[in-house]
Design a protein around this ligand. Structure first.
Ligand code: FAD
Length: 655
């Protein structure tokens, strides 16, 4: 997988423009508007499901561009990348190809919440995505700006229901028809760029915003509620002008863990990878921010920005007197630039230079490109179904930043799922859904469509109630089989591989379970194991593997005949053994909810003061709707499975 030779970018441009000549009069099943992280996954997924798909993006050479940080994954986000890969998406393999610094974040916590992350070479990432799209059957790529979304007026038999029929490109009179259209326009919808006191229309530096016609159709013709959000990016710094000896070196992990279940290694070996550097802000940084507030119109606006990825202005104003971390990250294997993560800023360029020079490692630093901010429209995502289809417009799907999220991974995850459902809609197949109990993608979509957003939404492990089950290591077992058998977005090659893994793991777990021995035999075979902790009289291999200091490799050397065939799954088996009791408990809870669907809920319950652990939001929904059964409560938007378990326990206990 990693040895494939990528076609040069030039070849991509030539092939795309050759296709462009005869594209305009064709009919497609699915049209995807936008070639960012959501759009590329959407287009590839729709084509994998079997739809004739057209991807239209403003500039071909920016398809797959990383608008902001040159990295992929992290805590919560890494889980999304693993799930996208398990569903045969593109970004995980692109990350393995383009990564130049791999590490697992959160390692001090349990493996369920580890965050696989990679620093990326921007150019390699883009090239991989473009090459992948080029080789995807049934997918055509076209350069162009979509000016208008074509929709029918509501059908008198279905009041309020529009239907999408296609798109019209700028400077083109012919429409292009499709049964489904997916909008993934990112920060481009009514986008404005901010730097100092200057504001200009734009979706990203160097790129025009989406046409006003698109916003008009969404708001005026389809009546969709929209809101406004903002984000920003740091200046890019000339690497040679930074004194890296004044920053702490952070090397990559000594062993690189690939994102993709198809890869056993990453393209860049650990010894070839580049380090990141850590440094801190000084009181001088805070002073420059405060002195220049009157020159910084972005920061003076009320529009909500990303809470968990704030600008340096927001950080010092919110936490005055503190020193803030700044990561200096390579932008590519041979790039001359560094990305200063934590220094997103929107003051005038000369003030940006003054600010960065207040940090000792950057006291002589030069700025290559100044930082800037962007404000854009998003569509309130509660107007979407769990298939990411606009409820009032048949065939219209939205994915990515347009739904109020922030981040590549959140965008890619929605793109994949919108692509799947848009293709299924076009091919007259029923919509498919992912639940909160089986995936982070399910958590993300459920949060968006049932709760909506008031600020840019990003993924955290704490958003997933069943996070010990939704682990990065088992995303293939959770999703690849379903992706092939029920969804239709997974290749048979990947499916066969996942089936082999599943069967081997089942055999290995059975072998561990069948090793039921007395403590004295265990002690004889493995003298170092802490048998005093054993609760079971005849502990099994699974019990022993749960101990902190016992690895599967150690057990396999003590019982080679029985366990050595499974040595390649050592880490997965260790994680499985540690989490199995908890996962079993969660599985039983899920099954219990399903069994108790018809249980009546007393109508006089005082949900607002119920003595169980429920959020205020959940209490208010239950109080307002007063569901008659547990099943009805489960289906309410905004009610989490964990809340249903608490409710079930309460009613059983008091009933
Ligand atoms: P994008 O990646 O923005 O892609 C949109 C695509 O749609 C583009 O290819 C564009 O050309 C195309 N397009 C738009 N309109 C049309 C049209 N009418 N016709 C044809 N094509 C069209 N994320 C973070 O997590 N943290 C950050 O700190 C952060 N900072 C950011 C700072 C800036 C300045 C920007 C621009 C983005 C930032 N992001 C940040 C957001 C991150 O880039 C996005 O979350 C992610 O790229 C969203 O992916 P997307 O696919 O929804 O949209």
């Amino acid at each position: 997988m990693l040895t494939k030779k990528l076609p040069p970018l030039q070849s991509f441009l030539v092939q795309v423009s050759r296709r462009a000549g005869h594209v305009a009069r064709q009919q497609y099943d699915v049209i995807v508007v936008g070639g960012g992280h959501a759009g590329t996954e959407a287009a590839a997924a729709a084509a994998r499901v079997g739809a004739q798909t057209l991807l239209v993006s403003q500039k071909i050479h920016t398809i797959g561009a990383l608008s902001c940080n040159p990295s992929l994954g992290g805590v919560g986000k890494g889980q999304l990348v693993k799930e996208i890969d398990a569903l045969d998406g593109v970004c995980g393999r692109a990350g393995d190809w383009a990564g130049i610094h791999f590490s697992i974040l959160n390692r001090s916590k349990g493996p369920a919440v580890w965050g696989p992350r990679a620093q990326l070479d921007r150019q390699r990432y883009r090239e991989f995505i473009q090459s992948e799209l080029l080789s995807t059957p049934r997918l055509t790529v076209l350069e162009g700006s979509v000016e208008e979304l074509l929709v029918t007026e509501p059908n008198p038999e279905e009041p309020g229901q529009h239907r999408v029929t296609g798109i019209r490109l700028a400077n083109e009179s012919h429409p292009i028809s499709a049964s489904s259209v997916i909008l993934t326009t990112g920060t481009f919808l009514s986008g404005s760029l901010f730097m100092g006191q200057t504001t200009s229309p734009g979706g990203r530096i160097g790129d025009a915003p989406s046409s006003a016609g698109l916003s008009h159709t969404l708001r005026e013709r389809l009546g969709l509620r929209t809101g406004r959000l903002r984000t920003g990016t740091p200046p890019r710094i000339v690497k040679d002008s930074v004194d890296l000896s004044l920053a702490q070196v952070h090397p990559p992990d000594s062993h690189s863990t690939p994102f993709s279940f198809l890869n056993t290694h990453t393209r860049c070996k650990p010894e070839e990878q580049l380090p990141c550097y850590l440094t801190y802000t000084t009181p001088g940084v805070e002073r420059v921010v405060k002195e220049s507030l009157h020159l910084n119109c972005h920061i003076q606006q009320d529009t909500k920005g990303p809470r968990y990825c704030p600008s340096i202005e927001s950080r010092v104003l919110r936490f005055p007197g503190r020193s803030h971390r700044v990561w200096l990250e390579p932008e590519g294997m041979t790039s001359d630039l560094l990305y200063p993560q934590g220094l997103s800023m929107t003051m005038p360029p000369d003030v940006q230079l003054r600010l960065i020079r207040e940090i000792p490692a950057m006291h002589r630093a030069e700025i290559h490109t100044p930082g800037y901010g962007v404000q854009y429209d998003f569509v309130c995502p509660t107007q979407l179904s769990p298939a990411l289809q606009v409820k009032s417009t048949q065939g219209l799907f939205l994915a990515g930043q347009i739904n109020g999220t922030t981040g590549y991974e959140e965008a890619a995850a929605q793109g994949l799922w919108a692509g799947v459902n848009a293709a299924r809609w076009a091919l007259s197949m029923p919509a498919v859904a992912l639940s909160r109990t089986e995936s982070y993608i399910g958590v993300l979509i459920d949060d968006l469509v049932s709760r909506g957003v008031t600020e840019p939404y990003r993924m955290f492990t704490s958003r997933a109630e069943f996070r010990t089950t939704l682990r990065p290591d088992n995303a293939d077992l959770r999703l690849t089989l379903k992706g092939f058998e029920e969804v239709g977005c997974v290749s048979s090659f990947r499916y066969q591989k996942a089936v082999r893994v599943r069967d081997s793991l089942q055999d290995a777990l059975a072998a561990l379970q069948s090793l039921a021995l007395s403590p004295s035999i265990w002690r004889k075979k493995m003298p170092d194991i802490p048998m005093s902790e054993t609760k079971n009289n005849v502990p099994t291999g699974m019990d022993i593997l749960q101990y902190n200091d016992v690895s599967f490799e150690t057990m396999a050397s003590a019982f080679p005949e029985c366990l050595s065939p499974y040595i390649e799954f050592s880490q997965r088996l260790k994680i499985e053994a540690v989490y199995r009791p908890h996962s079993e408990q969660q599985r039983k809870e899920i099954e219990r909810i399903q069994r108790e669907e018809n249980m009546s809920l007393p109508q006089d319950i005082d949900y607002l003061s119920l003595p169980v652990s429920l959020s205020q939001e959940v209490r208010e929904i239950l109080d307002r709707v007063r569901p008659s059964t547990l099943g009805a409560a489960t289906r309410l938007q905004g009610i989490t499975p964990a809340a249903v378990v608490h409710l079930l326990n309460y009613v059983r206990h008091t009933g």
